[in-house]
Design a protein around this ligand. Structure first.
Ligand SMILES: NC(=O)c1ccc[n+]([C@@H]2O[C@H](COP(=O)([O-])OP(=O)(O)OC[C@H]3O[C@@H](n4cnc5c(N)ncnc54)[C@H](OP(=O)(O)O)[C@@H]3O)[C@@H](O)[C@H]2O)c1
Length: 313
């Protein structure tokens, strides 16, 4: 996984569309990776965030973006499809924040038009703890994988264009792609919905052996990011996005006790890791693994959850 900032050269022109709460972190990391960042920022607030984070140039509309080696898209979810479509004629690699889009048709159209050069910023796929869970699953050191249990719980969510299912479920689904290699078929889902029809809490379950259980919430007093890989001979747990280790638990004695072992993790943030991969690709390296086809599978899974739970698309 390419992530060596020390070797970065400050000579790569990269565009960023959207510089809100999250986009400013993207500017910071692209600058750290040696990019000359031009930001499409329409409002004064976005312009200010971009300048403070280190952008070298600002333009007020997409068509004013100069020639760049690649473009990162960090606009609200509901705008991803239109922004990506508007960028496709540039014929450069695009890295789009998750989810790829919020409807199956537009995501499939992007894959058909330019699936080889559109990638999705599924940050959790690149998380050192998720990569450790994937390594444990693939190695078989804890025996056959039985299932992956995931909780992504918050109180409220800051986006008003889509609900928590479009915002948080893509995280867990991309973790499942990393750890189980593919998404098992959906078996069922239930959801809580507010008076406006927006999902506020959802349970979904997939597959059988291995299974996947996913719980996301904007209605949880406890903030929780918790991921457990259950195998025949033990359970490996990533207990938070900022956890310093994955802990492997094995039963001992009569099974009522356990032996726990911490596996230390790199402290490198997943946003930097995924951007490092994209920047390395723009410099001639391999493409990021979270490609548009994987992004489409996530969009299809969220759409299937919504249908199973009986909520609006
Ligand atoms: N992976 C993660 O952990 C993570 C975390 C947070 C967010 N995200 C993702 O990042 C994306 C942005 O989230 P955010 O929290 O930064 O949103 P935000 O604070 O609402 O910022 C959105 C930015 O996009 C701009 N924008 C909106 N519509 C646009 C359009 N049609 N064309 C060009 N620019 C447009 C806004 O500019 P104006 O000021 O001019 O309106 C603003 O700069 C979302 O897809 C979200 O899911 C991912």
């Amino acid at each position: 996984m390419p992530s060596d900032c020390a070797q970065a050269r400050a000579d790569l022109p990269v565009g960023l569309v959207g510089c809100g709460r999250w986009g400013r972190h993207i500017v910071r990391d692209l600058v750290a990776l040696g990019c000359h960042v031009t930001v499409v920022a329409r409002s004064e607030a976005s312009r200010q965030r971009a300048a403070e984070a280190g952008a070298v140039a600002l333009v007020d509309r997409l068509s004013a973006l100069p020639a760049v080696a690649g473009v990162v898209v960090a606009t609200p979810t509901s705008t991803h499809a239109a922004v990506v479509q508007a960028l496709l004629s540039r014929e450069v690699p695009l890295f789009v924040e998750k989810p790829l889009t919020c409807d199956e048709e537009s995501a499939a159209a992007i894959v058909a038009a330019a699936g080889e050069r559109v990638f999705v910023m599924h940050k959790w796929w690149y998380h050192p703890g998720v990569q450790e869970l994937a390594r444990i699953a693939a190695s078989g050191e804890l025996g056959a994988v039985q299932g992956l249990r995931m909780q992504h719980l918050s109180w409220g969510q800051p986006h008003d264009d889509v609900d928590v299912l479009w915002i948080l479920a893509p995280h867990g689904l991309s973790i499942a792609q990393a750890v189980l290699r593919e998404l098992p078929a959906l078996r069922g889902a239930v959801a809580e919905v507010n008076p406006a029809g927006a999902v506020t809490h959802c349970y979904a379950w997939f597959g059988a052996q291995p299974y996947l259980s996913l719980e996301v919430s904007a209605n949880s007093p406890e903030r929780r990011r918790w991921f457990a890989l259950s195998c025949a001979q033990g359970v490996a747990v990533l207990a938070d996005g900022y956890a310093s280790s994955v802990t492997v638990h094995r039963p001992t004695g009569d099974g009522l006790d356990m032996a726990s072992e911490d596996r230390p993790l790199s402290a490198e943030l997943p946003l930097l890791r995924e951007l490092a991969w994209f920047v390395d690709h723009l410099r001639g390296g391999p493409p990021p693994p979270t490609d548009a086809a994987a992004g489409l599978a996530v969009v299809r899974a969220v759409a299937a959850i919504r249908r199973a739970a009986g909520v609006a698309p």
